[in-house]
Write a new protein. Structure first.
Ligand SMILES: [Zn+2]
Length: 330
């Protein structure tokens, strides 16, 4: 293991400490970029540092309490369904129907949030980790599956309950399993969309999932793609950074490695669009990389740029990565 001084130290905002790689413990590393929170305006600057030992990129400095950086109005937790949530819910309700093989594949390509990684057998047991307001759980339940979700935001779970969605439990996966709030398994399908980048110890989380997934089960993981062409072009303004709430920043290589350390064998991996990241990045870039002006949230803008995002994803340059994995070994 190596330990080097950061190239350009930055003033650590309150409530942070110098980071170490959560996988291998290495401190320091190669600075990829320095950026501000152009979405929410968290004070201070944050760097994305690539571990010199294992190449996993992380946020530096690291929060003392990662939960403290989530504003109350975090949009994924609100009661107004986002465009992504509405589109993925509608697509998942169709893709998750037993027998929807071809349709499911098409929908999964068009809307990565609706990717089930293959056909879903009737009455499958499904877990959505980071279930948000329960869009996917509701869609799977409507298709006749035994679907459950865990979600750290109590506010999001209250919204799910308000919509009549059952099976979404507030708290961590460990809490939900240890307190028997969700079935102990085995799960046929585990979905974890835009979650792993928020998690401080991804190996521990994956190993827990490995212990509850069925031997023939599959895990669907979606994360932002630090190697996307939009990230390279827009740099610190790239909207997939979501600093400082994203603690880790994955490439295909580092995601593959983290999944394998967590006990999973990747059967397919592709880049995919992440709705709104391209306009959000342009918004921040043209605002000087500081706070977005907000025009990129407008529905017509997002819809207009989605074909571009989709084409980049199909060309291996998308802002997201979708990996399908199965439990490795015995
Ligand atoms: Zn490392």
């Amino acid at each position: 293991m190596t330990s080097e001084s950061p190239a350009t130290p930055i003033a650590a905002p309150d409530g942070t400490h110098p980071s170490a790689c959560p996988i291998c413990g290495t401190t320091g590393g190669r600075e990829i970029l320095t950026a501000r929170d152009h979405r929410r305006g968290t004070p201070g600057e944050f760097r994305v540092v690539e571990c010199t030992s294992c190449r996993l990129a992380r946020t530096d400095p690291w929060p003392d309490d990662p939960g403290a950086w989530y504003p109350d109005e975090y949009p994924q937790h609100g009661d107004q369904p986002s465009l992504t949530a509405r589109a993925s819910g509608a697509a998942l309700r169709r893709a998750a129907r037993p027998g929807a093989r071809r349709l499911g594949r098409i929908l999964g390509r068009a809307v990565p949030e609706a990717d089930t990684g293959g056909p879903v057998a009737p009455r499958s047991r499904i877990l959505d980790v980071g279930a948000g307001t329960g869009t996917a759980v509701a869609a799977f339940r409507a298709a006749g599956h035994d679907a459950w979700g865990v979600e750290p935001s109590l506010r999001a779970v209250v919204v799910a309950e308000g919509r009549g969605t059952e099976g979404v439990v507030a708290g961590s996966l460990d809490d939900a399993l240890d307190n028997e709030l969700i079935p102990a398994g085995p799960y046929d399908v585990i979905r974890m969309s835009q979650v792993l980048e928020h998690v401080a110890d991804p190996i521990a989380l994956l190993q827990r999932l490995r212990s509850i997934i069925a031997p023939t089960g599959r895990l669907i993981v979606g994360v932002p793609n630090l190697d996307s062409v939009a990230r390279k072009v827009t740099g610190s303004a790239w909207d997939g950074l979501e600093l400082p709430r994203h603690l880790l920043h994955y490439t295909r290589e580092s995601l593959l490695w983290v999944l394998s350390l967590g006990g999973f064998h990747v059967t397919s991996m592709r880049t995919a669009p992440l709705l709104g990241v391209l306009p959000g990045s342009i918004d921040a870039r043209t605002a000087g990389g500081d706070r977005q002006r907000g025009w990129s949230d407008a529905l017509p803008v997002r819809v207009a740029l989605y074909p571009v995002e989709w084409a980049l994803g199909a060309a291996g340059q998308g802002d997201g990565i979708v990996a399908i994995a199965e439990p490795a070994g015995p």
